[in-house]
Design a protein around this ligand. Structure first.
Ligand SMILES: [Zn+2]
Ligand SMILES: [Zn+2]
Length: 310
């Protein structure tokens, strides 16, 4: 059969995962570094946050409704520190990273504007920026998503402070309840029928039943498949024959709260190539679809088309 039919072996993926563990550790330290600092200059008031549970109950993700403002200095510090971190883990991209650094340090691009653009899912504007300043799109996306995650994780924590009572099983959606993105990976406990979805963009975890497409909510088992390397049954992609989306999945005894999602997500890139080689797709981390459509609008429109009460 064609190469698209073969997925890379589990051993190769495990080796890649080990390689990305160091990056994931550094990123955790980077975030911890900002833990006790005030990273927003304006947050939604506690009054408005009373509406959080109402938004969730209505099936609306939270960062769309609650606005955060960023400080220029904080965005600059975070941007340069994260560039440094990327440089030490991605030596082969040193030149491209140096170019990104120059774009910011020369004042040609404002770090706050960049963070705001990514944070608000403005994919069209993001692509304009990338092209205007000659950045490499894959690297700028990867770096931008991790940069915005510093802010999204904090916003997620802030918004969730008051809603411990909300049962996340009631969300029943495939997209992230906090930032609206599609999950980047799923975690399944061995022998369990439930699974937990992980958001790359804000680190949120939420449950969705095992045999269901996270994108179109299709529950017909005949229209869903699990594919993956034959020598490593714990790493797979769930594919949906209705909407043609796929989701990477890992089965692990490591508790979901302790699971190294970043290392597995980044280290299993060959699974993405495998799934795409078979004609399945997965939404970009930035939800960039078209130059002419606001991605925020697209993101919402896309979700409006979904059979919400499937
Ligand atoms: Zn999220
Ligand atoms: Zn589907």
């Amino acid at each position: 059969m064609s190469s698209a039919k073969t997925s890379s072996s589990g051993r190769v993926i495990e080796r890649e995962v080990r390689r990305f563990e160091a990056f994931a550790d550094s990123f955790r330290n980077f975030r911890a570094h900002f833990d006790n600092e005030r990273i927003f200059i304006e947050e939604p008031s506690d009054d408005s946050r009373g509406a959080v549970a109402g938004h969730l109950a209505d099936g609306r993700y939270l960062l769309h409704a609650f606005k955060y403002q960023f400080g220029k200095k904080m965005c600059e510090r975070a941007a340069f520190q994260l560039l440094e971190l990327f440089g030490s883990h991605l030596p082969v991209r040193k030149r491209d990273l140096a170019h990104i650094r120059m774009v910011f340090s020369s004042g040609r691009l404002d770090a706050r504007e960049f963070v705001t653009t990514v944070f608000r899912n403005r994919g069209d504007r993001f692509l304009d920026i990338v092209r205007e300043h000659g950045m490499e799109e894959d690297l700028a996306t990867f770096w931008g998503v991790y940069l915005a995650r510093l802010f999204r994780v904090r916003a997620a924590r802030h918004l969730r402070e008051d809603i411990d009572f909300f049962d996340w099983r009631d969300w029943r959606k495939g997209f992230c309840p906090i930032c609206g993105h599609w999950p980047a990976m799923a975690h399944v406990d061995p022998g369990e029928t439930s699974r937990t979805l992980w958001c790359l963009n804000c680190g949120t975890l939420w449950p969705l039943q095992r045999h269901q497409c996270s994108c179109c909510l299709n529950e017909d088992r005949r229209r869903l498949d699990l594919l993956g390397p034959v020598d490593e049954p714990s790493l797979r992609v769930q594919v949906c024959h209705d909407c043609r989306e796929y989701l990477k999945e890992v089965c692990s005894a490591v508790h979901v709260d302790k699971f190294p999602f970043d290392a597995y997500f980044l280290g299993s890139h060959s699974l993405d190539l495998f799934a795409r080689g078979q004609g399945f797709t997965h939404e970009s981390a930035l939800a960039v679809e078209s130059d002419n459509t606001s991605s925020e609008a697209h993101l919402l429109t896309h979700r409006m088309r979904l059979p919400w009460d499937h």
